[in-house]
Design a protein around this ligand. Structure first.
Ligand code: ATP
Ligand code: FE
Length: 347
């Protein structure tokens, strides 16, 4: 099987061509960072317009790079949610048009399932496994039992960790995106100088919280500024190191619990925050202690892309999913909810 994948649920417009043996024939990702830079966040209207303008070209590019024509394919997979509705609709509309014009089957995919099944695309990991999804918009533990079977074990009750990294960078006057700049500063800092909280560790279960950490950073910054009239370079580094250590410690402990609860043989991560080396090391240690393998796909497949969408399309198609011209774009679509077209089967 060879599938075209289309992704437009946030601020990346992407198209990819993927084979059932895991070969990625093409994966095109066009970001929109520059378009939103002046607004301090993704503007839904601008995102939807840009997707509508760029999707055609992305698909064309992907097919050209893969050296295939539409008629060589076996199906078209498209992100049908969750995400910014204008962008999702632009992708779904294009996919329907292509499917109607070519006669190829259409498969609507959950964006989160894309992240969750990425370890199968990259490493052929067997079910079941534990997935920690940590990005700018999400933070959750999923036990992945099959292409249509997900169990959510817990997640953030407020900010996502990537969001916390970005806000901390902003508080300290470091460049965006905050993750890489905070990590770079932290590498030169002393993680023991400031004691930041470890939110929710005292509570059982796998839920997380990051907004209190961000507030603690704000307070520390203001205390230092009041005492010495501003922040020294080394203060920034030490705050970053303390913050990053706290994030990694909390995620590691909750991961330990999730592994103990599920007895999963493999721990996999996805999302932009999975690029963080301190976090990776902490998670690797937790997995080793639990006797589980640790797996972190390459970063370009950890962040938003269409190869993961094509892959879920292939697995869902093989499991019998077909969607019609009534495929809906969904702003919200929890992975473990039975209302989902591909995920409800068997519940
Ligand atoms: P989603 O896809 O869940 O809607 P998103 O598009 O914001 O959210 P990603 O593109 O997966 O998420 O990841 C971007 C986030 O990852 C940003 O918040 C960024 O700061 C963070 N990030 C990137 N590199 C690092 C790093 N080295 N350490 C920590 N965080 C990082
Ligand atoms: Fe994503």
């Amino acid at each position: 099987l060879t599938f075209l994948g289309i992704e437009s649920s946030c601020d990346d417009t992407a198209a990819a061509v993927v084979r059932a043996d895991g070969t990625i024939l093409a994966s095109v990702v066009a970001g929109q960072t520059a378009l939103h830079a002046d607004f301090g966040g993704v503007v839904p209207e601008i995102a939807a317009r840009a997707h509508a303008e760029k999707l055609d070209l992305c698909v064309e590019d992907a097919l050209k790079q893969a050296g295939v024509a539409l008629r060589d394919l076996d199906g078209i997979a498209v992100t049908a949610g969750p995400g910014l509705i204008g962008g999702v609709m632009a992708g779904v509309m294009l996919a329907k048009g292509l499917a109607a014009g070519s006669g190829l089957p259409l498969v609507g995919v959950n964006h989160l399932a894309g992240h969750a099944l990425t370890p199968r695309l990259t490493d052929g990991v067997a079910y079941p496994y534990l997935m920690l999804l940590v990005s700018g918009g999400h933070c959750q533990f999923l036990e992945v039992r099959g292409p249509q079977a997900f169990q959510r074990l817990g997640g953030t009750i407020d900010d996502a960790p990537g969001e916390a990294f970005d806000k901390v960078a902003k508080l300290l006057g470091l460049p965006q995106p905050g993750g890489p700049s905070v990590e770079a500063a932290a590498a030169l800092g002393d993680p023991r100088r400031f004691a930041f909280p470890r939110p929710l560790l005292d509570r059982p279960g796998c839920d997380l919280s990051f907004s209190g950490l961000k507030t603690a950073v704000l307070r520390q910054r203001d205390d230092l500024a009041a005492a010495q009239g501003g922040l020294h370079e080394q203060d920034r580094r030490d705050i970053c190191a303390g913050f990053q250590t706290a994030v990694a410690a909390v995620l590691a402990e909750k991961t330990r619990r999730a592994l103990a609860q599920t007895q999963a043989p493999v721990l996999a991560v996805a999302g932009g925050v999975a690029a963080n080396q301190t976090l990776r090391t902490a998670l690797q240690d937790v997995a080793t202690a639990a006797g589980a393998d640790f797996l972190a796909p390459p970063l370009r497949l950890c962040t938003d892309n269409a190869a993961m969408i094509a892959w879920v399309g292939i697995e869902a198609y093989a499991a019998g999913q077909r969607d019609g011209m009534d495929l809906a774009a969904r702003p919200r679509w929890p992975l473990d909810q039975s209302a989902a077209p591909m995920l409800g089967a068997g519940k």
